[in-house]
Design a protein around this ligand. Sequence first.
Ligand code: CA
Length: 230
Amino acid sequence: MKRILIVEDEKNIAEIERDYLELDGFEVIIENNGVNGLNRAMSEEFDLAILDIMLPDMDGFEICRALRKEKDIPILMVTAKVSSIDKVRGLGIGADDYIGKPFDPAELVARVKAHIARYDRIKGTTQDKGVDIEYRDLVIRPLSRRVFFKNNEIFLTAKEFDLLYYLASNPNVVHSKKDIFDKVWGMESLGDAGAGTVVVHLTHIREKIPMDYIETVRGVGYRFSMQTEQ
Ligand code: CA
């Protein structure tokens, strides 16, 4: 059974969300404040998180940022404020989707199902590929999903791995942020949020691997440059 975490301080909204999701066969856990919500999200396995933005203790933005560093589950942001939606789009905090209040619960359920299906599909396809990539001290092993630099293991999150592997398995080609987002996240039309998410993940990869393998092609996108060694 797929598990969903709802972090929402308005009890009636949380219960409506839960009721609709349970009708569709999901197991639902509710937390009413930000700190408890983040702790729960970090310590247990969920297939998706629904985060309200205005919350006691810690807002949905902070939870999303912290959660995204550790987990790659789909994150849906929910907010009553239109200005918050703009912020979700612009910040590149790693949210997969956002929905404004009030919303039709059936619409929420439809989006939840779509995100979970996409996430399952991506996990499935990336695990199927099996060819190791070895280039200039960097080794990427897709079957075990491990990365090594000069024989030292580099620990990437699942999405960072997918992104690096996608670029490295299609080298010497410039990929736009939109193309990368569509391929790695499997979603289209998220616009700024998608581009921001790609930038955030690339920054993390560059912080973790001591040599920068990914070239920025200004105004166009990114390229994993793989020269044939002499
Ligand atoms: Ca709230």
